[in-house]
Design a protein around this ligand. Structure first.
Ligand code: NAD
Length: 233
């Protein structure tokens, strides 16, 4: 018996990193998971910044599995760009995936969820919203948008039986981070954490699975920080 038996979930960004760990965890809890990613190899190939792709993602999920109960919006770009190198094109590149993608996935998913008067939406934010981390100001702004949008949407969707929450990871050893300059920050960040070790994607998935479960139904509009005690909400 899993907490997500008979539930149908979409996880975006499911090809690697935190998205893959979340998809594995939801499946282990009994859900049918549609993994969506811009890279080949997920169930569906989707660019979350493209409206037609996102509409099709939700339509195909409902056509194949009959319903949609859970959306976990993980797909994002995690850049490393010092402030002086952020021009408008770079700003838009991050906003289009991280913030437009959040709007589009939430918009189409909640339409399908409202048919059944039940839904769980979890948007992945970041603890940079609290820490104001340098070298990614556009990303910090996009995740601040995810945090605030989540709170606002929770108010709109509560009457429809849909909760909307965010999970804010801290620095985590995903494929994306390990291939970037962020990997150089692990030692420093560990000193700031209450729990002095390197986070892995599987550390984040349980927080998401909880908020995606039926029993979390009295929790909405919240940001659950999963960062080993680095920052304080
Ligand atoms: N790893 C960290 O330190 C950390 C910390 C805080 C928050 N986060 C957040 O966690 C989430 C996952 O991060 P990660 O570190 O696992 O990243 P990652 O780069 O390892 O994986 C991101 C996944 O999203 C997919 N993706 C990117 N753009 C997409 C698009 N337009 N459409 C569909 N899929 C797309 C990628 O193909 C990839 O599979 C992101 O929202 C990120 O902002 C990560």
């Amino acid at each position: 018996m899993g907490r997500l038996d008979n539930r149908v979930a979409i996880v975006t960004g499911a090809k690697q990193g935190i998205g893959k760990a979340v998809a594995d965890k939801l499946e282990a809890e009994g859900a049918t998971v549609v993994g969506a990613d811009i890279q080949e190899g997920a169930t569906l190939r989707v660019d979350v910044s493209q409206e037609d792709d996102v509409r099709r993602m939700v339509e195909e999920t409902v056509a194949r599995h009959g319903r949609l109960d859970v959306l976990v919006n993980v797909a994002a770009i995690v850049p490393f760009t010092p402030w002086d190198e952020i021009d408008f094109a770079e700003w838009r590149r991050i906003m289009s995936v991280n913030l437009d993608g959040t709007f589009l996935t939430n918009h189409y998913a909640q339409k399908a969820m409202r048919e059944n008067g039940y839904g769980r939406i979890v948007n992945v934010a970041s603890n940079v919203v609290l820490a104001g981390t340098p070298n990614l100001a556009h990303y910090v702004a996009s995740k601040g948008g995810v945090f605030a949008f989540t709170r606002a949407l929770a108010r709109e969707l509560g009457p429809h039986g849909i909760t909307v929450n965010s999970v804010a990871p801290g620095l985590t050893a995903s494929e994306g981070v390990l291939a970037s300059k962020h990997a150089e920050a692990f030692e420093f960040v560990q000193m700031l954490q209450a729990i002095p070790r390197r986070a892995v994607p599987a550390d984040i998935a349980p927080a998401v699975a909880f908020l995606a479960s039926e029993e979390a139904g009295w929790i909405t509009g919240q940001m659950l920080v999963a960062d080993g005690g680095h920052t304080h909400n």
